[in-house]
Design a protein around this ligand. Sequence first.
Ligand code: HEC
Ligand code: HEC
Ligand code: HEC
Ligand code: HEC
Ligand code: HEC
Length: 609
Amino acid sequence: MVTGRPVLEGIKTLLWIFFIAALVIGLGRFFFGLGAATNMTDQLPWGFWKVFNMVAGAALATSGFVVAAIIYIFQMEKYKSVARFSILVGFLGYGSSLVALLFDIGLPHRGWHPFFMWNPHSFLFEVFWCVSIYWFVTAFELLPLITERFPFPKFTHFIHEVMLPAVILGITLSTMHHSSLGSLFMVSPTRLHPLWYSLWIPPEFFISAMGAGLSVIVLLQIIMSWLYKQEINMKVLTGLVKGSAGFLLLYLVIKVADFTVNDKWNFVFGPDITWETYLFWVESLLQVIIPLAIFLYPKTRNSIEGLIFGTTSAFIGIVMHRLNTGIVGYFRSAESVYVPNFSELLLGLGLICGAGLVFLFLLERFYIFKEPVSHGDHHDSSDIELWSSAEAQTVFLGSRAKKVGIIAVIVIPITWFFFRDQATGPFQPIVQPVEASIIGVDPLREVLRIDGNLANEFVDFPHKKHQEAFIKEYGMIAEETCVECHHLNLPNDNASNCRLCHSDMQLKTAIFDPDAHIQHFRADPEFDIEAFMKTDLSDRRKGFEACFDCHEENMKGLAAYAVKGFDQEAPGFKDVMHGSCQTCHRQREEDRAKADDNSNCLFCHKINP
Ligand code: HEC
Ligand code: HEC
Ligand code: HEC
Ligand code: HEC
Ligand code: HEC
């Protein structure tokens, strides 16, 4: 095994630089939050880490299960030489995707929730389960790497015995999550551009992932063999690209059928040509047409240059396809554009660089390029040596540590400087006032149509029916029912519109207007305006007492806050609608039985045709 070549050391230095920078950004993201660390918005909430690292990353790392299937199910022994390599790529690819996801989700400390709190209606739930379990399966498939180096031949033998079921489990999980990753985008038929939206996304995702995954293995094999001066087995590589071509061809057929059946060619060849069309053309060229042209033609397929060119094209193409489906295809409907910022790019790439470092580390120390001469024989006299304590010293104490230390000292402050600059820059929460939207669906206004942001996505709320239900079910008199929802009202009103206080769709807004109050009492000699202005309203108790003094009688519902105090800030409209409607609905016995309906957004939400 050739190690220590200057190019190799150069590459490792680069990987360290990006990885350490990513660690800094990762820390910043936890301290300052997603708003500071990313350019995501409520309109475009799917950013680089989710789509590039997870959705595209999973496609790139598909190799593990495809190659495992070729070897263990179809028994094509010649591919055994790339088995470990491919499974390792799968293991590290999925591992880094999962880590990226941890940075992407809003509350990463709840990342473990899906394991225990199931939501089987959600595609994300399925994706999470399949991806994480699949990751453990790849880890298991790699176990022989370690055990064969130690004198437990029985254990290694046992792992080889149960490999087939593990491979089958891995294949099932892979099939499921690749198609579910596609299904994620099916929930937005009105938002995703028709060039990428389709009811056929699940099979399209699955098949394109297999095509790309095989190409990526070939590309990585060529690069790594060159770096470590290993022999390239052209027969195996051309076999793999033939497989890749098969999947890409199938993908092409499905796409053509999809565009024909669903009548979408107008977006490709006109008359509905927009900038998306050109993007789609570049994507298709890179993802399918160029690789197919190269892989199907024996002369180009059998040359290293051809392989490099074709697989690189397939690689860039699939990333483009996933980014277009997950991000760019939403620009038009969101009426805004999302471009990942400096820290998103750095963290996204840096995590992959981290995985790359682990990859090189393992390549140099374990039998990845080939299997050892005999299973369980730890005295194998090959050129790969088990990690010696002397080497451990050079890594942790010696020259390697010194180099990494120097990189860290330089990279950390620079990255932090840029991150701080970006994080403390003008962060403007998007203000979305709630419009006066309530219209009666019927002349008597018994059903109210609530559409706070006039988005044409509304909730028809049976106002009257609720009042009647409370009278009937809880034996209330009509007037008592109001306060169940109208928990607090404006002075001299007994059922104020919620939006008069909850006046922004998302943000908290103050209900107390100091200027109006001061204006009102300036002329009143009996009122100590100075003392009133000194009240600390941020204190829930004191705030409550201040308001209660004057509004005890005329603000209905205020007294209910006597015990827990009172916040001057009314939460966003969406949150209180969900807080009020869903909380009550979940508590209701009958509704628990109908839980399906209640967790379903469409129980309340309707879209104008
Ligand atoms: C029990 C009824 C109910 C259920 C169930 C419900 N919502 Fe809502 N939601 C509302 C009401 C009422 C509003 C305010 C309507 C408006 O302003 O358009 C609202 C507003 C919203 C808004 C902001 C309004 C907009 O048009 O952008 C979003 C986003 C939203 N809901 C998402 C969801 C999602 C996602 C689910 C399912 C997980 C869900 N809701 C389930 C009642 C419900
Ligand atoms: C189940 C909850 C609930 C109950 C019970 C309830 N309301 Fe409402 N009410 C609402 C919601 C939600 C709105 C919409 C407010 C908004 O969008 O700002 C509303 C709106 C109203 C409006 C304005 C509607 C319009 O036509 O412009 C009035 C008036 C009103 N309620 C009176 C009452 C009275 C009187 C009672 C008691 C008899 C009552 N409500 C009981 C939830 C309720
Ligand atoms: C007079 C102003 C006002 C009106 C009108 C009003 N709210 Fe509120 N609401 C508030 C304030 C202030 C808070 C925060 C209270 C707190 O944190 O102690 C709040 C909190 C809430 C909460 C969170 C529950 C809690 O106690 O933390 C819900 C849910 C809610 N409102 C629903 C509604 C609904 C539904 C309506 C209309 C039917 C409505 N509100 C009308 C001022 C109002
Ligand atoms: C010194 C007496 C006094 C105190 C203290 C006081 N208010 Fe008022 N507030 C009034 C009067 C008077 C009005 C005018 C409306 C009326 O006729 O009641 C008013 C009006 C309001 C209105 C309606 C404004 C509108 O747009 O119609 C709100 C909401 C309100 N107060 C909230 C509060 C809150 C919250 C507090 C506690 C921080 C508070 N007030 C403290 C006397 C007071
Ligand atoms: C305090 C409890 C409570 C709150 C708050 C509440 N609901 Fe309900 N909801 C009920 C009850 C009880 C029923 C059953 C009424 C019936 O079928 O007669 C119901 C039924 C419904 C139905 C089905 C009506 C039908 O025709 O079958 C819808 C839709 C609904 N609620 C939406 C909402 C929305 C939207 C909100 C928030 C604005 C809301 N609910 C707030 C208790 C509540």
